[in-house]
Design a protein around this ligand. Structure first.
Ligand SMILES: Nc1nc2c(ncn2[C@@H]2O[C@H](COP(=O)(O)OP(=O)(O)OP(=O)(O)O)[C@@H](O)[C@H]2O)c(=O)[nH]1
Ligand SMILES: [Mg+2]
Length: 387
């Protein structure tokens, strides 16, 4: 699972990245601080099934903290995008190719109105404008890729009448797009207008959610109200990346306890008055006002709501809930809701998929067939022919 962080320069993409991964990357208040992409692991969090089964787990591909399973997701923080990037403005839009495999994009918007469309300092800028121009730039990047492939195949298609869906599927696998998504988009809008096709295909294959960032600053609250009104269909989550970094850093230094979206001071002697004031400000203007810094909520919403993924725990023995090395509930996998058992078997390993026989479910000990649609928190054993 990969998630791309996009937005204009200085909106807080690298801050969001650092807040999610705690990887130290350059963050600064001038445009184009980031040129080469930052790649790292963030997490989505769901209740671990160890509680339901009353066992102590030893996770391998994920982590369990206080009964919560942290499942890794890859985050990619790229350079800032400006209006007319598709014409080469700013750093252009070529760098977006690093996001080809992303399942979803989080658009980090500076809600304060203190940076213009190019990320330069200003006052009274309307952040709603960012949603319009950035979505268009993303769609034009998509259109560019489709167009390149499509023109290559145009003549070939006329000659051999090769199935259009297959050609496009082949061309667009690099974008992580599925045949079904192409079929649906073709049925809906056709391909006479490539830009229209690209816009539609992008919205089904790489949905964008909005991190309404810098929510701690003066005009952000008003701008958030306006944005929600103007874009009622978008998922908009107020965030404060700077606060999440401050809280996690203070926690790492042992200064505070930070859990469940609130904190308590552990060791006052390790803090100066500036840090105390900073934490007080965050408590009043972010945590109490919005319930959280929004960073984790953004990742969870993207994966579990917008992309509609579920968590599944494969094991080698449904009675002991272990893998072959006796690890209890070792792996938590993110899969799209509706994925069948056999599809999942292939996703784990093509060999397991090819030798697939069936499955067993831990709670009911029921036998499962190839077409069984996986449910959230399923613990399953896949049965396959062993040599
Ligand atoms: N007040 C406030 N400032 C923030 C917040 N998030 C980021 N910033 C500040 O905004 C500026 C830009 O942050 P970056 O994370 O470097 O932004 P970026 O989008 O990665 O910028 P480029 O790499 O230049 O495209 C920095 O000065 C950050 O400290 C926030 O939630 N609140
Ligand atoms: Mg950056």
């Amino acid at each position: 699972m990969q998630i791309g962080l996009v937005g204009k320069p200085s909106s807080g993409k690298s801050s969001f990245f650092k807040a999610s991964t705690m990887i130290d990357v350059p963050i600064a208040d001038y445009p184009f601080t980031t040129i080469e992409p930052n790649v790292g692991m963030g997490y989505v969090i769901s209740e671990c099934v160890c509680q339901k089964y009353k066992v102590k787990c030893n996770p391998k591909n994920s982590i369990c903290v206080d009964g919560k399973r942290y499942v890794p997701v890859k985050l990619i923080d790229v350079a800032g995008l400006v209006p007319d990037a598709h014409l080469g403005k700013g750093l252009g839009n070529k760098f977006l190719d690093d996001l080809r495999q992303a399942s979803c994009l989080i658009h980090i918007v500076d809600m304060s109105g203190k940076t213009d469309a190019e990320g330069k300092t200003t006052t009274g800028y309307d952040p709603c404008n960012d949603i319009s121009f950035l979505t268009r730039e993303i769609d034009l990047w998509f259109a560019g890729i489709i167009e390149k492939g499509f023109s290559k195949y145009k003549t070939k298609m006329r000659l051999s009448k090769v199935d259009l869906v297959d050609i496009l599927t082949n061309q667009l696998t690099g974008l992580g797009i599925k045949k079904r998504e192409i079929q649906e988009t073709l049925d809906k809008v056709g391909i006479d207008d490539i830009e229209k096709f690209a816009t539609e295909l992008r919205s089904v294959s790489k949905p964008i959610i909005i991190a309404a960032n810098k929510i701690d600053l003066v005009d952000s609250e008003e701008n958030l109200k306006k944005m929600k009104k103007e874009f009622p269909d978008l998922t908009i989550i107020p965030t404060c990346a700077a606060a999440e970094i401050a809280l996690k850093s203070a926690k790492d230094k042992g200064v505070i306890e930070y859990k469940d979206n609130s904190f308590s001071i552990k060791d006052e002697s390790k803090m100066d008055s500036k840090q105390k004031d900073g934490l007080k400000f965050i408590e009043e203007n972010v945590l109490k006002k919005y319930g959280s810094t929004g960073i984790q909520e953004c990742l969870n919403k993207a994966v579990f709501e917008v992309l509609d993924y579920i968590v599944v725990y494969p094991v080698a023995d449904i009675n002991k809930l272990t893998d072959k090395k006796k690890n209890v509930l070792p792996d938590a996998h993110l899969v799209k809701n509706g994925t069948t058992l056999k599809e999942f078997a292939f996703a784990i390993h093509s060999d397991i998929g090819e030798k697939f026989i069936g499955g067993l479910e831990a709670k009911t000990k029921r036998k499962l067939g190839a077409d069984y649609p996986l449910k959230n928190d399923d613990v399953i054993e896949i049965l396959f022919q062993k040599r």
